[in-house]
Write a protein that binds this ligand. Structure first.
Ligand code: 8YV
Length: 313
């Protein structure tokens, strides 16, 4: 009999086809009443497959008495209670490495787009304003700027490598210094922001980073500063961010992630200084295939009684 799995969000068609081949798949995202769906299908479910942002709530995990593994199609574990999983001997796996390049690429894309006001220029051309010989305000230079990176893990380092190509002066904040890296360590985030022209958030979400990019950090970055977030919305005090942008106390922002996705504060829609993306950092065909294949491998190893290759619990 095929093991039963609960699929919390959509995956690529070929990955879902492979899941269907090996498992009995209960698709939560198709359910009208999610609670009733979990209550009905839950008794036999042995695996959850989910995204990094969606995770798995305590309520869902607790409704699955036979749950053995939560396979995250992503790197973030902040939407899964790892301690609770450990206490029930539930394995948790992620998809590290395969998405690093894409997330760093989108970080640089947002850095460039927000600094050079790419989306504003695009809207300007499409609206016929160039043809009408209207003026477009000058943007901000990127090359040679001071870049602060919050979180120097795999993704932070990949961003730093790319930024080196732009001749940027790179400094970082993290819970500890990495002396092996050729970048300046600034333990205090507010100081990092004060010394940076662009602040890139590449830190994990979760209680230890919740709201640490607060009003004081944004003010330290200042009216000429740009904030880029490709990590988690929870790292930023979103109310403070909106206020700082509206009042011109922060120069601009490139944002792929938000506090309460898919809801984005509407105040941001009116601001030309902001570039918005719907949580797309790992959303390329190549990377989503690689992530999906890693999810399949983690599940296959688990159900074959072996250690999944990228287990975090
Ligand atoms: C994905 C993510 O968009 O890796 C993560 O933690 O949030 C993103 O890469 C997500 O996992 C797919 O839903």
């Amino acid at each position: 009999m095929k093991p039963e799995i609960l699929l919390i969000e959509k995956m690529m068609p070929q990955i879902e086809a492979a899941l269907d081949q090996h498992y009995r798949v209960h698709r939560l995202f198709e359910a009208a009443d999610r609670g009733a769906f979990v209550a009905e299908a839950g008794a036999a479910v042995r695996a959850i497959v989910t995204g990094g942002g969606a995770g798995a709530s305590r309520a869902i995990v607790d409704a699955l008495p036979k749950l053995e593994i939560i396979a995250i199609n992503g790197i973030g574990t902040d939407a899964v209670d790892l301690e609770h999983a450990r206490s029930r001997s539930i394995r948790v796996t992620t998809t590290p490495d395969v998405l690093t390049d894409d997330v760093a690429d989108l970080g640089m894309a947002l850095l460039l787009a927000a600094s050079r006001r790419l989306c504003l220029g695009d809207r300007f051309v499409r609206a016929g304003r160039w043809a009408r010989k209207e003026g477009l305000p000058l943007a901000r230079k990127v090359s040679g700027k001071a870049l602060g990176i919050l979180g120097m893990g795999r993704i932070g380092r990949a961003i730093a490598r790319r930024a080196e190509g732009f001749g940027m002066a790179i400094a970082y904040s993290d819970l500890r210094a990495y002396p092996e890296l050729p970048y300046r360590y600034v333990p205090e985030l507010r100081r990092l922001a004060a010394e940076s022209e662009i602040l890139m958030i590449a830190a994990s979400g979760g209680p230890q980073s919740r709201g640490i990019v607060d009003a004081a950090v944004l003010d330290a970055l200042g009216p000429d500063g740009i904030l880029v977030n490709i990590a988690r919305g929870s790292v930023v005090d979103e109310t403070a961010l909106v206020a700082a942008l509206q009042e011109g106390r922060l120069g601009g922002a490139g944002l792929d992630v938000f506090m309460n996705e898919p809801n984005v504060p509407e105040a941001l829609f009116a601001l030309d200084s902001v570039v918005l993306q719907p949580h797309q950092a790992s959303a390329t065909i190549e990377t989503r295939v690689a992530m999906g294949e890693l999810v399949l491998r983690n599940l296959a190893e688990h159900f074959a009684g072996r250690q999944p290759p990228t287990a975090v619990v």
